[in-house]
Design a protein. Sequence first.
Length: 149
Amino acid sequence: MRFWKPIFVHNSGLPKLLSWFSPICIGAITLGFVVVADHEMSEETLRHETIHFQQFLEMGFLFFIFVYMWDWVWGCIKYKDPSLSYYMIRAEREAHKNDKDPNYLKNRVRYEWLFKDDDPLVWLLKRKVENDSKRFRIRFGRRFYNPDH
């Protein structure tokens, strides 16, 4: 299972539709064994979504969704910001931290993302400075999306 890859669907309208119901702009999303994107995915995005696919395989679909949503709701309560809460989700922290490393999936330790308690705010600040204008920004209630992710 370690080397399994999801089925990738490029140039779909589904992520844009889901973005209307989300606090962030969705460029790609892993739905079980399928990854759907609204653009041609870069290697970084393919790795990011494959990390989510591996998390899904470890936990099963329902438990993965439960943990993902639990982290997001808890983040909304704790940080009072749905966008920040997205970055605090354990699954997203692992995927964002490692999507630039081409060897990560070969060396990935199963279940580590669930129990690793690094400092998410320090990581978030580093990531935010690094990608300040790369990915997406939410300004004045409007969403700006960069299709490179």
